[in-house]
Design a protein around this ligand. Structure first.
Ligand SMILES: *Cc1c(COP(=O)(O)O)cnc(C)c1O
Length: 351
């Protein structure tokens, strides 16, 4: 008897651990840009390696931007996206900063919907799981000169992902970084691009070595004002008010952040978007005025912070447990995303 191998790409079975960003679906979206011709040749092809010249500009000078969003499995086989128009808009803001030609917002959203629809059988259905969507653009010209490219590739790949929280929302420990900085005024902190991540790894490593899961960045000039966490924006509840750093050009304008602030205002909280010094935060933690602290981002939605470390001081928040506002925001947002709650904001988009 022959043992015959059948090479077909099958979605992972229910109950299989997925983790994050390691499993990819059967197809991917591609579109080319050529100067003079614009964006053209939108296509869906089997997921595969791509061929690039070793001189491709992206490999040398990092002209690249990306986005991140999710498709959520609803009831009765429905599939939802969450505010994909915001990703399209932010993608173009990132493009503008990195001198990459923009993609019309409606084309971006159409491309996302198309590829998700084609691979919809790959959307996991276990509780809390989703399909992570990663659109990105790279400069492909084979040229070692420093200049904006004339040729770009826009791609969307999809990755079925496990539940971020396996057993309830677990508060994380955060390391306030006082040596390295992520972004400066006039730089590209507000753009979602690989370069911002490359420069953040060293502090991330430092924090991990010390047992902290994430880095909280301070401003790049005075290292005095709170900016954001690795891949999340940060929000505090101080003396009953919701306080978050104002978007100042060096902070990534998170779609979760924007949604959370809207929910907080509608829940009746006073919301302040302003500068927050690390000294103010330490003082609030010492006095007990710091009631809650949480990160906001597509991956975790709400990530409660139970511990903050700054220099030699370790501050515990809310007894290391998740606070009621964090929990309420998490329940509301995930309820809207997975189609379990009404969506008075029109944020949910059916694929
Ligand atoms: C993507 C990202 C966020 C969160 O943005 P969302 O749109 O809420 O997912 C925050 N900070 C950085 C640096 C990011 O790259």
């Amino acid at each position: 008897m022959l043992d015959i191998t059948v090479n077909s790409v099958m979605p992972p079975k229910a109950g299989q651990p997925l983790g994050f960003g390691r499993v990819f679906t059967e197809h991917m979206f591609m579109m080319d840009y050529t100067r003079g011709q614009g964006w053209h040749d939108a296509r869906v092809v089997p997921y595969q390696n791509i061929s690039l010249s070793p001189a491709a500009m992206v490999l040398h000078y990092g002209q690249e931007i990306f986005e991140g969003l999710k498709a959520y499995p609803g009831e009765n086989g429905e599939v939802y996206l969450f505010r994909p128009d915001m990703n399209a808009k932010r993608s173009n803001q990132s493009c503008e900063r990195l001198v990459i030609p923009p993609i019309p917002e409606e084309d971006f959203v159409q491309a996302v919907k198309t590829i998700v629809d084609i691979d919809r059988k790959w959307i996991p259905t276990d509780p809390g799981t989703s399909l992570y969507i990663r659109p990105f653009i790279i400069a492909t010209d084979p040229f070692l000169g420093v200049a904006p490219g004339s040729n770009y590739l826009f791609m969307i790949i999809l990755s079925p992902s496990g539940a971020y929280y396996e057993s309830g929302l677990e508060p994380v420990g955060i390391w306030i970084e006082d040596e390295y900085v992520r972004a400066v005024r006039g730089g590209m902190g507000f753009a979602k691009c690989g370069g911002n991540y490359a420069c953040s790894l060293i502090a991330q490593q430092k924090a991990h070595d010390d047992g902290y899961s994430q880095v909280l960045w301070l401003d790049g000039v005075e290292r005095k004002y709170i900016e954001e966490v690795g891949a999340m924006n940060i929000c505090f509840k101080i003396s009953g008010k919701i306080v978050t750093p104002v978007l100042n050009g060096s902070i990534l304008p998170g779609i979760t952040r924007n949604s959370v602030l809207t929910l907080c205002r509608d829940m009746g909280y006073e919301v302040e978007e302003r500068r927050i010094s690390v000294d103010e935060l330490v003082e609030a933690a010492r006095s007990g005025a710091l009631e809650e602290c949480f990160g906001t981002g597509t991956a975790a939605v709400i990530s409660p912070v139970g511990k903050l470390r700054y220099k030699d001081e370790v501050m515990e928040i809310g007894g290391g447990k998740i606070g009621p506002v964090s929990q309420k925001l998490y329940d509301t947002l995930t309820g809207i995303q997975w189609g379990k709650l009404d969506d008075p904001y029109g944020w949910r988009v059916t694929v």
